[in-house]
Ligand binder design. Structure first.
Ligand code: GLC
Length: 738
């Protein structure tokens, strides 16, 4: 499987011959140099780094973003090293470079591949304008644990959605030609199983049966490989007892041999030498050996390759041919990027960062990412003409930094437009805005401003509160055991709600929060994730009806953190809970006998349902689903089936809806989920408008890995749903016959 879609300079044969020519002329030390990625100096070139580059001991630099410094590094490489092989320049351009987009989990809530691709395109072009040619994104770890801080960087809980949206990001970063100015190579990470870190605690162990790996965690990575992603990154985690970075089953048997992937694999930061910390290797030399045997082409940040590979080859523990294969992948990528023809960056050839077009695309992404979770009595949209005074309250209402979210290495808060700024711009000429921060930060428990907040609410016609998490509370190494609103924000909300005025909550966070304790205090709730540079204007346009919310949850919202993991595509178990069998602890009589409770799968103090299900999101329309039909009642293996349904907007406003298709395979060689997303489509309907949608499924779309790890579609009965969330009720059935 070719790693990258097309090659910029001539046919792939010419690249192969050029690569072979280089390999034939390279010394072992120079080959090992290509396999080493070192940290940049952060705005200058330390002498030892310059010397290493000159000696051909560096194949890639990460975390340098100064265009002059990068051009000088490339110059040293090209003009002063023996072979003149340019550098790969890596950076975490996760959801924007200077123009910051919503965090990936927020972008995933748009369920809009085109919007996501456009965002990645902007991010790549801005990063390329300083000389970056490799981003460590998309992060496509399937995660069903909101305690895990890195859920913020993910595309959510569903393998199919992660795969479709991850592929869109790859396309946006890479375009169809890596050699095009502005294209940068993407990196599918973290391979694999990292999202299942035990306890939702970052870097923790992941124990995932192979069948679950194949049916869930590997699917988005397969989609990224098929989309032509140019690189993979190994995960930090110990996967079933073997760290991913040394896991030959994962990295070689599966990725290389079974999938035929030919792109570059880079380790995560020092994950090679961390194999000794895991207790998988004794020392750096053994770690280097295991990583090479697994097929990790490039070592990020640590230097075990530089320190030990020559010795390992001399001891014949590692074959020179193995090194040559790995170096060939690195050189091939450099040719595909056009680095040999054009190693330097001329900023005059690139559009300015943060230009109007980029900011417009970021705003559109933020608009589509926000999810309307509640809108009692059509509180929203607010009608500016009906308002004389609006209270704007909360620690995140005017925080230009926190709204950017996690992983914004190069984003700058001064470019953010906050909610306060946007609301003032939008309605400030005719509506009085009473702004009270209420709490210094989201963690504050100081009630000193509560009085001012309440009085601002009391003298206003409507109240907008912007609360949530600070950006550092999610992202790498930032997991939480309690996922309530931090600090005394719930107390502030309760105090303000006592005013009795229409209360709109805007929540900015890097994860699903357990917000059940404040939900009943608000008339409307808009979940904005961390919405990026243009979060304020996007939120203001949604609150005042210039836009209609259309986002859908890419991850389940638990009622209580104790329910985690809780996700829609769960197995049925032998004793599935129902509303009839589920018992509420508070209703159990004293001295109840042990067998008095419904003997099914639920929590006595939280039931079995989430607060909000995967795929859920309201709009300013009202969508009804009727008349589901299937083109056949039974099909054969290799056939397709069309599933139709009508969608009607019975609301009073035009709105967009993400229509979703779910399937259940009733009986399988291994147990199958009660629902699986198999398609989605974003539509727009005017009030009263009706559209008949058709989804086409091929029997291959229903394939899964069986007990023998064979990818099969089995004959049998299937249910299919079409609706606006994973709670879809409109269903039909069909059969696949032998
Ligand atoms: C980090 C992250 C990884 C990132 C890399 C480079 O530790 O795990 O996602 O791309 O190091 O910053």
């Amino acid at each position: 499987m070719s790693a990258v879609i097309s090659i910029n300079s001539g046919s792939s044969d010419s690249i192969e011959s050029k690569v072979a020519d280089f390999i034939s002329r390279m010394g072992l030390d120079e080959k090992i140099g290509q396999m080493s990625q070192l940290q940049g100096g952060g705005g200058w070139i330390p002498d030892d780094l310059a010397e290493s580059i000159r000696a051909g001991r560096v194949g890639s630099i990460l975390n340098e973003v100064n265009v002059e410094v990068l051009n000088e590094m490339q110059r040293i490489c090209v003009e002063e090293s023996r072979l003149g092989i340019p550098l790969l320049i890596g950076r975490d351009v996760i959801h924007g470079f200077k123009t910051i987009f919503p965090i990936p989990l927020g972008q995933a809530a748009s369920w809009d591949p085109e919007t996501i691709e456009a965002g990645a395109r902007v991010s790549a072009s801005e990063a390329a304008s300083v000389g970056i040619n490799w981003t460590f994104a998309p992060m496509i770890d399937v995660t069903r644990d909101p305690r895990w801080g890195r859920i913020a960087e993910s595309l959510g809980e569903d393998p199919y959605l992660c795969g479709v949206l991850g592929a869109a990001m790859v396309k946006g970063f890479q375009t169809d030609d890596l050699g095009e100015p502005g294209s940068i190579v993407a990196c599918a990470k973290h391979f694999a199983g990292y999202g299942a870190a035990e306890g939702g605690r970052d870097y923790n162990t992941a124990n995932i049966p192979e069948n679950e790996m194949r049916n869930v965690h590997l699917r988005p990575f397969k989609a990224a490989a098929e989309a032509g992603v140019g690189s993979f990154m190994s995960a930090f985690c110990d996967l079933n007892g073997v760290p991913a970075t040394g896991n030959t089953w994962l990295m070689d048997d599966l990725l290389r041999k079974e999938w035929g992937y030919e792109g570059v694999v880079v380790s995560d930061w020092e994950s090679v030498v961390e194999m000794s910390v895991h207790g998988f290797t004794h020392d750096d030399e053994e770690a280097a050996y295991e990583a090479v045997m697994a097929g990790i082409d490039m070592e990020m940040a640590s230097s075990s390759y530089l320190d030990h590979l020559e010795g390992l080859v001399a001891q014949d523990k590692i074959k020179l041919a193995q090194i040559d294969t790995m170096v060939a992948r690195i050189l091939t990528l450099k040719f595909e990027l056009g680095l040999f023809e054009k190693p330097y960056t001329d900023q005059k050839e690139h559009a300015a960062v943060l230009n109007k077009s980029n900011l417009k695309i970021a705003k559109e992404a933020a608009v589509k990412s926000c999810v309307l979770l509640k809108n009692e009595n059509n509180t929203l949209p607010l009608a500016q003409s009906d308002l004389a005074t609006v209270a704007l309250i909360g620690p995140l209402a005017d925080d230009d930094y926190e709204q950017l979210g996690t992983w914004i290495f190069d984003g700058e808060s001064q470019h953010s437009v906050t909610c306060k700024q946007a609301v003032e711009e939008l309605i400030g000429r005719t509506v009085e805005i009473n702004y009270v921060k209420g709490l210094e930060t989201t963690r504050s428990n100081n009630h000193e401003e509560f009085g001012a907040a309440v009085s601002a609410a009391e003298k206003s016609d409507a109240v907008i509160m912007v609360v949530g998490e600070e950006s550092f509370m999610s992202g790498e190494a930032h997991s939480r055991a309690n996922i309530d609103l931090p600090g005394h924000q719930a107390e502030l909300i309760e105090a303000v709600a006592s005013s009795g005025k229409p209360l709109i909550l805007v929540i900015m966070a890097g994860r699903p929060l357990t917000i059940g304790n404040v939900l009943d205090k608000a008339d409307a709730v808009l979940y904005a994730w961390h919405p990026g540079t243009m979060g304020g204007p996007a939120i203001a346009d949604l609150l005042f009806g210039l836009e209609s919310p259309s986002g859908k949850l890419p991850v389940t919202f638990p009622l209580a953190v104790g329910q985690v993991p809780i996700f829609y595509a769960h197995k049925n178990t032998g004793r599935p809970a129902t509303d009839h069998t589920c018992v509420n602890m508070d209703e159990v009589p004293a001295r109840a006998p042990q067998t008095s409770l419904g003997m099914t799968s639920f929590h006595l103090d939280a039931g079995y349902k989430p607060l909000f299900p995967f795929g859920f999101g309201l709009s300013y329309g009202n969508f009804k689903y009727v008349k589901i039909t299937t083109s056949h009642s039974s099909i054969g293996l290799g056939d397709t089936i069309d599933i139709h349904a009508d969608v009607i907007n019975t609301g009073a406003r035009e709105a967009e809806e993400v229509v979703q298709l779910y399937v259940r395979d009733l009986v399988g060689d291994v147990t199958r989920p009660v629902k699986e997303l198999k398609g989605f489509r974003r539509i727009s309907l005017k009030p009263g408008e009706r559209e008949r949608l058709c989804f086409t499924l091929h029997t291959d779309d229903l394939a899964f890995y069986n007990r023998k790890m064979e990818l099969v579609t089995e004959p049998g009965k299937f249910h299919v749903w079409i609706g606006g969330s994973s709670d879809a009720e409109l269903w039909a059935d069909f059969e696949i016959h032998d």
